[in-house]
Design a protein around this ligand. Structure first.
Ligand code: CTP
Ligand code: MG
Length: 422
């Protein structure tokens, strides 16, 4: 009976080489790369694939236990993240050449596998999307597939003495990478044929598949799939990871994220004052008490904005002792709040405020109020209103409450925001 959940794709990661050109004491796959080993970085790329895979890691014979540990750690970290637990990891010992190591990996294929990718651990930064694309192309073409990049340098054919003989037309050349993907039978047959013919030194798998008469097609590779071969390559990988880390590290990412804040305010009705609400004067309506004009909607908005920016609240910024604020209207509060936000590196994304009370009826002047506040904050402000079904102080007509939510954007993230015409 077939197990429908078993993976049909295998990825063989060859990591059994010594890394003689890199020149470290440990085998290349175990050389540290920004806090992890080259191998672990490479496995993270594989494990980020869309589909579940059988992962076969080919390691130096004397490093099998360590390889198992690294592989299991990478697999469980990745599967925690993806919320799936379909890890199928096998670790086997490699051979004296890359080709023999691939052969050892093939011997560990599970029965249900129909597509095999072979990948150099040394291409440690290869993005997961490259693996997915290779799988797709193999399945669509039923051929071997290799990712490649065009050759950008001028290439010369030289002899052993370093004498130049000719310039090679680079339009006919490609720099090939891994992962290379194949239908299972094609790859297995090609390697069997090579060892039967005593060929043991192929540096990639497509060479053997081509030699066995099967088609191999190319697809666009990725510069990040470069092979760490020399100390310069390792430095480049370090630099790439360092710039990646700084782009994603907590502080800059946090400061690039939008921020929200909420604010609420309540004022009691006061028949001796005119009503100012949402920045507008409402003739004939009962006023609200307060040191300023008692505009609960504007005060709630200011609190939401200040909270989002981490600048405290309206009481802390606008002291009641300040004579400039006696009977001050919303515009004064909003302008000063906006000035503080701008200084702190934010702009307003949008604001919404809900007015809670029996009167005034908002609907006839909603558009007017929204336009005014939108103009003052240079960002969309929307206003809604509700009653509390005759319950509580608002229901009894003792006062008005307002509840605001504000979204702030760091100035550097402005490009991501749609513009708003008031
Ligand atoms: N590889 C392998 N078994 C071998 C030789 C190589 O699994 N006997 C693997 C390497 O670990 C590497 C990939 O094949 O991930 C590509 O090989 P290369 O970059 O040449 O690595 P090394 O052979 O380790 O390096 P060098 O040639 O500099 O010694
Ligand atoms: Mg080698």
């Amino acid at each position: 009976m077939t197990d429908m959940t078993a993976p049909t794709i295998a990825v063989i990661v060859v990591a059994a080489g010594s890394g003689s050109r890199l020149g470290h004491a440990e085998p290349k796959a175990f050389v540290p790369l920004a806090g992890k080993s080259i191998l672990e970085r490479a496995l993270e790329g594989v494990l980020g694939m869309r589909d579940a895979v059988q992962l076969i890691v080919v390691a130096p014979a004397d490093r099998l236990a360590e390889t198992r540990q690294i592989s299991e750690r990478a697999a469980s970290a990745r599967f925690d993240q993806l919320g799936r637990s379909d890890a199928a990891v096998v670790v086997v010992a490699g051979g004296a050449t890359r080709q023999e190591s691939v052969q050892a990996g093939l011997a560990a294929l599970s029965p249900g596998i129909d597509t095999v990718l072979v990948h150099d651990a040394a291409r440690a930064l290869t993005p997961s999307a490259v693996f997915d694309a290779v799988v797709e192309t193999v399945r669509a073409s039923a051929a071997g597939v290799l990712p490649m990049l065009p050759v950008v340098d001028t290439i010369k054919r030289i002899d052993h003495a370093g004498i130049v003989h000719e310039t090679v037309d680079r339009a006919e050349l490609a720099a090939v990478q891994t992962p290379q993907g194949f239908p299972r039978e094609v790859l297995v047959a090609a390697l069997a044929a090579a060892s039967a013919n005593d060929i043991a030194e192929a540096t990639d798998d497509a060479a053997l598949v081509s030699a066995s008469g099967h088609p191999v097609q190319t697809m666009g590779g990725d510069p990040l799939a470069f092979k760490i071969t020399t100390p310069d390559d390792l430095r480049r990988a370090h630099l790439l990871l360092a710039s990646d880390v700084s782009a994603a590290s907590v502080t800059p990412a946090a400061s690039a994220a939008p921020r929200i804040g909420t604010g609420m305010d309540v004022h009691a009705f006061d028949d001796t004052s005119p009503l100012w609400l949402a920045g507008l004067h409402w003739p004939g309506e009962r006023g609200l008490s307060g040191h300023s004009d008692g505009d609960a909607a504007v005060h709630a908005i200011c609190d939401a904005l200040l909270a989002a920016a981490g600048l405290g609240d309206i009481g802390g910024i606008f002291g009641t002792a300040d004579p400039r604020l006696t009977d001050a209207h919303g515009e004064v509060f909003l302008n000063e709040t906006l000035r503080l936000l701008t200084e702190a590196g934010f702009r307003v994304g949008n604001v919404t405020v809900q007015i809670i009370g029996n009167r005034p009826k908002l609907a006839p002047r909603r558009a007017e109020a929204e336009a005014l506040l939108t103009r003052l904050l240079h960002a969309p402000v929307t206003i809604s209103a509700t009653t509390t079904d005759a319950l509580g102080f608002t229901g009894r007509g003792e006062g008005i409450a307002a509840l605001a939510t504000a979204l702030l954007l760091p100035v550097s993230a402005q490009a991501a925001v749609l513009s708003w015409e008031a």
